[in-house]
Design a protein around this ligand. Structure first.
Ligand code: HEM
Length: 453
């Protein structure tokens, strides 16, 4: 059966053309891995695979992931100290979002964006808000996008404006990297085996225009930030709720690492860390629904499905199927360590999709989640705040809502965190001056859906 990934562009409807890049019809770059098929997609995917999927390339990101995570841990320490209960972090999912933006940004753009700075610059603040708004309005445009476009609805206008803001800043961040890479490569042509960052690698490939590099890197970044942020949020939530799993995780981390940083090699000795992340993705897949378009007539389970039909795959229900996962709603990482897991249908839980179009950020996402889990238990005991619970929402992606009921209790190990921030500096830090407009709006939408208004 030939199934193609369904690519969907606002205003353009599903596309499955083989004719290379479709035209721009919203400010979103369309000449990217997400939105193309055929030869153009293959070239771009091959280039990204080299930097994001190959083990030796992925291993190079570990020092950056470790140091960004350490900064985030220090930020948690600061924010909880400013909270009235001394244990919680207000708007934790938003803080996690800034953390993953910084981590994924460094991997893809090669530069630090500055979202974890004590004072986030107004421009970066705008960027963060625009990404949030783009996802929020993108969800509203899922149905009847053409009608929104025709009527120029508020959702449509805000969506387009958000992409404008995102592209204007990513141009500013990425263009200098392209120039610098071009100069470097002209002066010192790369030898086989030289380590190049993603942008230099794309420049060296000589198959992409400058705009194509900017579009590709920007949209890969957009695809990565919220997904992995939602994964990390659900991870912390589930650990806080399941203290015995958390203790097992901590025991493994203490045994293998103690207080030192994790390298890619260490992961081989930490099956429970991996099982915890797998189990999080099973219960709360950040992309709850995936899709394909049939390329020929097929019969599946006695249903005739004509060519050109969009088939939706519901990751959420698939991975909670009790015919495969006993006690499916329970967080039980051990299930992945039992011999029987090898016999499960390979499609029983596919949070990163499947096949050649599966997630190109899978390896880096998993590593970011492993290191987040590791550093969290090295530094804190996570306890569930008994006063409330999450009500997950689908906002294009599956997200936990605006607050997480997680308390951070200091573990008090000596030097658990490698981030060299002196305590005086910490004291001087203030929560970043963030205009609340967008977040309040998101909260209002969530309250609406929960019937709180
Ligand atoms: C927990 C985190 C993540 C989850 C759950 C996730 C999930 C997915 C899923 C389900 C797909 C569609 C796969 C298919 O149709 O078979 C996808 C595609 C994609 N993801 Fe991710 N993703 C995550 C993080 C990331 C990150 C960090 C990046 C970038 C570094 C990224 C970049 C992409 C790209 C570029 C595609 C399109 C690939 C193509 O069409 O060739 N993702 N992701």
């Amino acid at each position: 059966m030939d199934l193609r990934p369904m690519t969907y562009r606002v205003g353009a409807g599903p596309s499955s053309s083989d004719d290379g890049p479709p035209p721009h019809d919203v400010p979103s770059g369309s000449r990217t891995q997400f939105f193309t098929q055929g030869e153009y997609w293959k070239t771009s995917r091959r280039t990204m695979n080299t930097k994001l999927m190959k083990p030796h390339a992925v291993s190079d990101y570990f020092p950056d992931i470790n140091s960004t995570t350490s900064e985030f841990i220090e930020r948690v320490r600061l924010l909880k100290s400013q909270h009235r209960d001394g244990l919680s972090v207000s708007e934790l999912p938003y803080e996690i979002n800034k953390f993953t933006m910084e981590a994924v940004g460094k991997m893809l753009l090669g530069v630090r964006i500055g979202t974890l700075e004590k004072q986030v610059s107004p421009k970066i603040q705008q960027f963060i808000e625009a990404i949030g708004r783009m996802f929020l309005t993108g969800h509203q445009l899922m149905a009847f996008a053409k009608v929104h476009q025709l009527l120029r609805t508020r959702a449509w206008r805000e969506h387009v404006e958000s992409w404008d803001t995102i592209y204007s800043l990513s141009d500013e961040l990425i263009a200098p990297q392209i120039d610098a890479a071009t100069r470097r490569l002209e002066e010192n042509p790369p030898a086989p085996g030289d380590k190049l960052d993603l942008i230099s690698h794309m420049v060296a490939a000589q198959t992409f225009t400058r705009e194509e590099i900017i579009d590709n890197v920007t949209e890969t970044f957009m695809g990565g930030v919220d997904t992995v942020a939602n994964g990390v949020s659900f991870l912390f939530y589930l650990l806080s709720k399941n203290e015995s799993a958390q203790s097992k995780l901590r025991a493994e981390v203490d045994n293998v690492l103690g207080t030192r940083e994790c390298t890619m090699n260490d992961l081989q000795a930490m099956p429970y860390v991996k099982a915890v992340v797998k189990e999080t993705m099973r219960l709360f897949p950040p992309i709850p629904i995936n899709a394909r378009v049939t390329q020929e007539d097929v019969v599946i389970s006695n249903y005739r499905i004509p060519k050109g039909t969009i088939i939706m795959l519901n990751n959420y229900t698939m991975s909670r199927d009790e015919r495969i996962f006993s006690d499916p709603d329970t967080f039980n990482p051990d299930r992945w360590l039992r011999a029987e897991s090898a016999t499960w249908h390979p499609f029983s839980a596919i949070p990163f999709g499947y096949g050649v179009r599966s997630c190109v950020g899978r390896r880096v996402s998993e590593n970011l989640m492993y290191i987040s889990a590791i550093q969290m238990v090295q530094n804190f005991f996570l306890k569930k705040d008994p006063s409330f619970d999450i009500t997950p929402l689908v906002r294009t992606q599956f997200a936990p809502g605006p607050e997480l009921p997680v308390h951070f209790v200091e573990r008090g190990l000596s030097s658990p965190c490698t981030y060299p921030m002196a305590s005086e500096q910490l004291g001087a830090l203030t929560a970043s001056a963030v205009p609340l407009g967008f977040r309040e709006e998101l909260r209002a939408v969530c309250d609406d859906e929960e019937g709180n208004n």
